[in-house]
Design a protein around this ligand. Structure first.
Ligand code: ADP
Ligand code: MG
Length: 918
C-alpha cells in the first residue's frame, strides 16, 4: 500500500491493524499523526501540518506534546471520530510501538460533561440471532445494555419489540451504539437511532454477541449468581457481553469500575415513549435547547451526580406507591425545614463526582488531586448525616436511611488513609513528587528529609556566600542548560573567590559554579529522582487501594446524589408553592388550580382544575386557537409525571391515581410547522398508542387527525375516541378543533366535554385561559375570519356554506364493545344525536379510515364533502353578489381553515380583503 519506511512506515502498518478512523503514535515526547490523519486533525483542530519525507516521498505530519494529548483526543472523539493511540515502549533493541487504546465516544474517560455518557448495545433476538456457536436463541424480542464508563454504571433491559427498544435508546440517549449482528441490517432501527440520538454507530466483532460467549463474559464480570438473579432474556445478556468485550478491547481499562449490573424492568417504570419524552420537553425543548425543558426548570442540584440522577428520575418515573411516598416524605421534610435544607445543600456543594473519580482510579488516570477530591467527598457523608440528624424532621424522614446505606465505617477508613497520605496541595503531575505527606512512609520520609535539607542548603547558599566573601548581588538558581549556578552581578564579579569557576557571562552578570555546588547538584538530582519514583510507586498503591473500593465510592456517590436530587425537588417546591399530591392506585385524577410547571415560570399563569374519574375518563377539550388547549393537557401530563418521580406538583390540591404509562401525540400539522413530522408518522404513533396504552395509562392527544383533510381527520379522531373509550379505557384528554367531536359525549358515557373559555366583546377576543365544563359553542375558523374584519356578507355566506357541507354528512357513534350495533347517529348539521330509528340520511362514509399519508392541502377524499361550487348561488338567501366578490367568495370557500397553517390563513384573508376593497 505504501512505500514509506521508518516512522511513517510504522505508522501506516499500525493503522492497518485498527479500524479506528484516526491513529496517533507516540514518538518520544510527542504524539504524531501522519498522512490523511494529519490532514483531518489539522482541519478539525487547527493543528499545524508539516511535511515528513520518507523514501523519497513526503507525508503530511502533525503532532502534539505528550502531556497535551487528552484535550485533542477529547475534541476528536466529540466530533465523532474513533481514535487509536499507539504508545512507545523500550525494548532490548531500541523501542517499539503498539496500539494500547482506541478512544470512542462511549469509552472516552476524559469527559468534562456532567451528563451521563452511555455506551449502548442493542441485539435483535427476534430473527435467527447470530449465534456462531450453533445453539439458537430461545428468546425473541430485543436486548439492550447500557454502560457509562465514566461512572461504572451498567444497566440492562429486555425490550419486547423494536419500538420498545427505541424507547429505551431514546431514554438513555447513548453517545455510541453497538448494534448486534441482526440489528445491523435493520434500517428502520438504525435510521431512527441516527435521527433521534447523536450516537455514533459502531460495528463490534460479531462473536462478542454470541450468546454463549456473552453469557460467560457477563458472569465473569458480575458473578454467576447476580446474573441468574437478574433473569433477563438471552438477547439482553448478549448485549451486555458485547459491551464488556468492547470496553475491554478498546483498552479503556475501566472494567473493574463496573461493579454492578442492574436490570431495568418495565413493570416498575412508567412507560414513556420517545415521542412523549419529546412532546413533554423533558430534557430539551422542541427546539433542542436545554433551557426551558422540564428538567432545567426543576433542577437545583448542587452536584453533577445529583443532576444526573434527577434527570434519570424524570426519564424513568416509577409506579411503586411505596417508593414514591418515601421520596415524598423526604421532599416534604426538606421543603419545610428551610434552614436545614440550606445546610444540606451547602454540605453537598463540597462533594465531587465520586462515581467518576472511582472510574478514573480504576483506569489509572486519577492524579493526587483526584484522590484528594475522593477524600474530601468521603468527608461530606458524615457531615451530611450530621446535618440530617440535627433536624428532627429530617432525622425522621427516609433521608437518615439514605445516608446510612453506604458502609460508613469503610468510607471513614478510606478517608483516613487518604488524609494521612495525600499532601495538602498536590501537583497535577504524579511523577515529580510532593504528592504525599510526611509520616506516611518511613523510607519516603528519609528521602524527603534529605531532599528538604539540601534544598534548604541551596536556598541559603546565596546569603552564606555574601556574608563569607563580602559579595553583593548574589543569587543561586538553576536552569536546564547550566544546572545550578551562583550568579554574581558585573560590578562584584571580579571579587569572587578563586574556587569559583566561571561558566557563563551575561550582559550584567556572570555565572559560576563550585565543586561543592556541583556535588550538591548531583545529590539533589539523585534525591529528586528517588523521591519522584518512590512517591509515584506509593501513590500507585494508594490509587489501587482506592480503585479496589470502587463499589464503596459508587455507594457513597449514590447516597449523596439521592439527597441532592431530593433537596432539589424540595427547593423547587418551596420556591414555587408546589404541594404534595395525594397518590393512590385508583382512577381518580383531580387537580385544584393546577399550573404548567414550565409555563408558570415565565407567564402570569391562570390555574385550572382537572377532574377525571371512573365515570369521566375521557375529556374532549375544545376552544379557539391559542386559547390554551395544548398547555392545559401538557400541564396534566407533566403533573402526573412529576408526581411519579416523587416530586411535589404545581397545584393547590392534587389527588393523583398512578398511571402505568403516559402517551402523547401532537397532530402532524402542529408539528409540521417545525418540520419534524408527517401524517404517516402521526398515524403510526396513534396506532402505537392504541396498541400499547392500557386502562391505567394517561393518553394525551393534541389535534390528532389534523394532518389530513377535514372529514378524513374527523373520521379518524372519531374512531380513535370510540376505541380509546370502549376498548382501551385509558384516561384520555383529547384537544380538538373538530367541534363535531363534542357530540360524542352524548353517547359515550365516560366522555365529557370541557372547553377553554374565551370572552368576546366588540369583536375583540380575550382569552380567559379558564377551562370550563361543556363544549365550545362555535366553529372558530369562520369566527377568526369575522374577527379579522372580513366583510359581513362573506362571513355570513361562509356560515351557510359550512352548514351545507355539514348537512350532507352524519356519523353514527358506537358505544360499548366495538361489535355493538349502531346506537346513535350524530348529525353533523344539527350537532345532535339521533338515538332511535333510521337516521334517514347518508351514513357513515366519512368513517372510512383509508386515509394514509395525504397532502394536508388537498381536499378531503371521495368520502368528504367536495366544495361544490356549482351550487353556490342556489338556495342563497343573501343579496345578489357581483362577480368579483363571488370570485373572492369562491377562493374563500376553497380555503380549508382546518388544514391551512394560521400564518398562511392570515395572509390569505388579507389578500381577500384587499381584493374586496378594489
Ligand atoms: P392552543 O393549543 O389552544 O392553540 P396553547 O396551549 O398553545 O393554545 O396556548 C397558547 C398560548 O397561551 C401559549 O403561549 C401559552 O403559554 C398561553 N397559555 C396557555 N394556557 C395558559 C394559562 N392557563 N395561563 C396563562 N397562559 C396560558
Ligand atoms: Mg394547541
Amino acid at each position: 500500500m505504501t512505500e514509506a519506511t521508518g516512522i511513517v512506515g510504522e505508522f501506516f502498518s499500525l493503522k492497518e491493524e485498527t479500524d479506528a478512523e484516526i491513529l496517533t503514535m507516540q514518538c518520544g515526547d510527542f504524539y504524531e499523526f501522519f498522512g490523511e490523519d494529519a490532514e483531518i486533525v489539522s482541519e478539525e483542530l487547527d493543528l499545524k501540518v508539516s511535511q515528513k519525507s520518507s523514501h523519497g516521498s513526503s507525508y503530511p505530519m502533525a503532532g502534539v506534546p505528550i502531556d497535551d494529548l487528552t484535550p485533542y483526543l477529547k475534541a476528536l472523539v466529540e466530533r465523532g471520530y474513533r481514535v487509536a493511540v499507539a504508545d512507545q515502549y523500550e525494548t532490548d533493541s531500541g523501542h517499539a510501538r503498539e496500539i494500547v487504546r482506541v478512544v470512542t465516544p462511549g469509552t472516552l474517560l476524559e469527559t468534562s460533561d456532567a451528563d451521563a455518557q452511555y455506551l449502548a448495545a442493542v441485539v435483535d433476538g427476534s430473527g435467527s440471532a447470530g449465534d456462531s456457536s450453533g445453539s439458537s436463541t430461545t428468546d425473541s424480542g430485543y436486548g439492550l445494555a447500557f454502560a457509562d464508563v465514566t461512572t461504572g454504571r451498567f444497566l440492562v433491559a429486555d425490550a419486547t419489540d423494536v419500538d420498545d427498544a427505541l424507547t429505551e435508546l431514546y431514554r438513555f440517549d447513548p453517545v455510541e451504539v453497538l448494534p448486534g449482528p441482526d440489528a445491523r441490517a435493520d434500517d428502520e432501527l438504525l435510521n431512527t437511532v441516527r435521527d433521534r440520538t447523536d450516537a455514533t454507530l459502531t460495528i463490534h466483532e460479531t462473536e462478542a454477541f454470541a450468546p454463549k460467549r456473552a453469557d460467560h463474559t457477563v458472569r465473569e464480570q458480575f458473578g454467576t449468581e447476580t446474573v441468574d438473579r437478574l433473569s433477563v432474556a438471552t438477547p439482553t445478556v448478549a448485549a451486555a457481553g458485547a459491551i464488556l468485550s468492547y470496553v475491554e478491547e478498546t483498552g479503556a481499562g475501566v472494567l473493574a469500575s463496573m461493579t454492578r449490573i442492574q436490570a431495568h424492568h418495565g413493570d416498575d417504570h412508567v412507560t414513556l415513549d420517545a415521542t412523549t419524552q419529546r412532546n413533554l420537553e423533558l430534557t430539551e425543548t422542541m427546539q433542542g435547547k436545554r433551557d426551558g425543558s422540564l428538567f432545567a426548570t426543576i433542577d437545583h442540584t448542587e452536584t453533577s451526580a445529583g443532576g444526573r440522577l434527577l434527570k434519570e428520575w424524570l426519564q424513568r418515573p416509577r409506579r411503586s406507591l411505596e417508593t414514591l411516598e418515601r421520596r415524598q416524605e423526604s421532599v416534604a421534610a426538606l421543603s419545610t425545614a428551610a434552614l436545614a435544607r440550606d445546610e444540606v445543600q451547602e454540605t453537598l456543594g463540597k462533594a465531587y463526582d465520586l462515581a467518576r473519580l472511582a472510574s478514573k482510579a480504576t483506569h489509572g488516570s486519577a492524579d493526587a488531586r483526584d484522590l484528594l477530591a475522593v477524600q474530601e467527598t468521603l468527608a461530606v457523608l458524615p457531615a451530611l448525616a450530621d446535618a440530617i440528624a440535627s433536624n428532627p424532621d429530617l432525622a425522621d424522614s427516609p433521608l437518615s436511611e439514605i445516608v446510612d446505606r453506604p458502609d460508613r465505617d469503610a468510607a471513614r477508613e478510606l478517608r483516613e488513609t487518604l488524609e494521612e497520605a495525600i499532601a495538602d496541595e498536590p501537583p497535577s503531575t504524579v511523577t515529580q513528587g510532593e504528592l504525599l505527606q510526611c509520616g506516611y512512609d518511613d523510607e519516603l520520609d528519609e528521602v524527603i528529609e534529605r531532599h528538604e535539607a539540601i534544598k534548604e542548603w541551596l536556598d541559603t547558599l546565596a546569603d552564606r556566600e555574601k556574608g563569607q566573601y563580602g559579595l553583593s548581588h548574589v543569587t543561586v538558581d538553576r536552569n536546564k542548560t547550566d544546572g545550578y549556578y551562583i550568579q554574581v552581578g558585573k560590578s562584584a564579579a571580579d571579587g569572587v573567590p578563586d574556587h569559583y569557576e566561571e561558566i557563563k557571562t551575561l550582559k550584567n552578570s556572570k555565572r559560576f559554579t563550585t565543586d561543592e555546588l556541583e556535588e550538591k547538584e548531583r545529590e539533589i538530582l539523585r534525591l529528586e529522582e528517588r523521591r519522584g519514583d518512590l512517591e509515584y510507586e506509593l501513590f500507585e498503591e494508594l490509587r489501587e487501594q482506592v480503585a479496589a473500593r470502587a463499589e464503596l465510592l459508587q455507594d457513597v456517590g449514590r447516597a449523596l446524589a439521592t439527597v441532592d436530587a431530593l433537596a432539589s425537588l424540595a427547593t423547587h417546591a418551596a420556591e414555587n408553592r408546589w404541594i404534595q399530591p395525594e397518590l393512590h392506585q385508583g382512577d381518580r385524577l383531580t387537580l385544584e388550580q393546577g399550573r404548567h410547571p414550565v409555563v408558570e415560570q415565565t407567564t402570569e399563569f391562570v390555574p385550572n382544575n382537572v377532574r377525571l374519574d371512573e365515570d369521566r375518563g375521557f375529556l374532549v377539550v375544545t376552544g379557539p386557537n391559542m386559547s390554551g388547549k395544548s398547555t392545559y393537557m401538557r400541564q396534566v401530563a407533566c403533573i402526573v409525571l412529576l408526581a411519579q418521580i416523587g416530586s411535589f406538583v404545581p397545584a393547590k390540591e392534587a389527588e393523583i391515581g398512578l398511571v402505568d404509562g403516559i402517551f402523547t401525540r401532537v397532530g402532524a400539522l402542529d408539528e409540521l410547522a417545525q418540520g419534524r413530522s408527517t401524517f404517516m408518522v402521526e398515524m403510526s404513533e396513534l396506532s402505537n398508542i392504541l396498541h400499547t396504552a392500557t386502562e391505567e395509562s394517561l393518553v394525551i392527544l393534541d389535534e390528532v387527525g389534523r394532518g389530513t383533510a377535514t372529514y378524513d381527520g374527523i373520521s379518524i379522531a372519531w374512531a380513535a375516541t370510540e376505541y380509546l373509550h370502549n376498548e382501551v379505557k385509558a384516561k384520555t384528554l383529547f384537544a380538538t378543533h373538530y367541534h363535531e367531536l363534542t357530540g360524542l359525549a352524548e353517547n359515550l358515557p365516560r366522555v365529557a366535554n370541557v372547553h377553554v373559555a374565551a370572552d368576546e366583546r366588540d369583536g375583540e377576543v380575550t382569552f380567559l385561559r379558564t377551562v370550563r365544563d361543556g363544549p365550545t359553542d362555535r366553529s372558530y375558523g369562520i369566527h377568526v375570519a369575522d374577527l379579522a374584519g372580513v366583510p359581513d356578507p362573506v362571513v355570513d355566506r361562509s356560515r351557510d356554506v359550512l352548514e351545507r357541507l355539514r348537512e350532507e354528512k352524519a356519523i353514527e357513534a358506537k358505544g360499548g364493545a366495538s361489535s355493538d350495533p349502531v346506537q346513535a347517529v350524530f348529525d353533523l348539521g344539527s350537532g345532535t344525536m339521533q338515538t332511535q330509528g333510521e337516521p334517514g340520511r347518508a351514513q357513515a362514509q366519512a368513517a372510512s379510515t383509508d386515509g394514509g399519508p395525504m397532502d394536508p392541502d388537498s381536499d378531503a377524499g371521495s368520502s368528504a364533502g367536495d366544495s361544490d361550487t356549482e351550487s353556490l348561488d342556489a338556495n342563497s338567501d343573501t343579496r345578489p353578489i357581483d362577480p368579483d366578490t363571488e370570485a373572492v367568495l369562491e377562493d374563500l370557500e376553497s380555503i380549508d381553515v382546518n388544514t391551512t397553517p394560521p400564518i398562511e390563513l392570515v395572509s390569505k384573508v388579507q389578500e381577500l380583503q384587499e381584493r374586496l376593497e378594489e
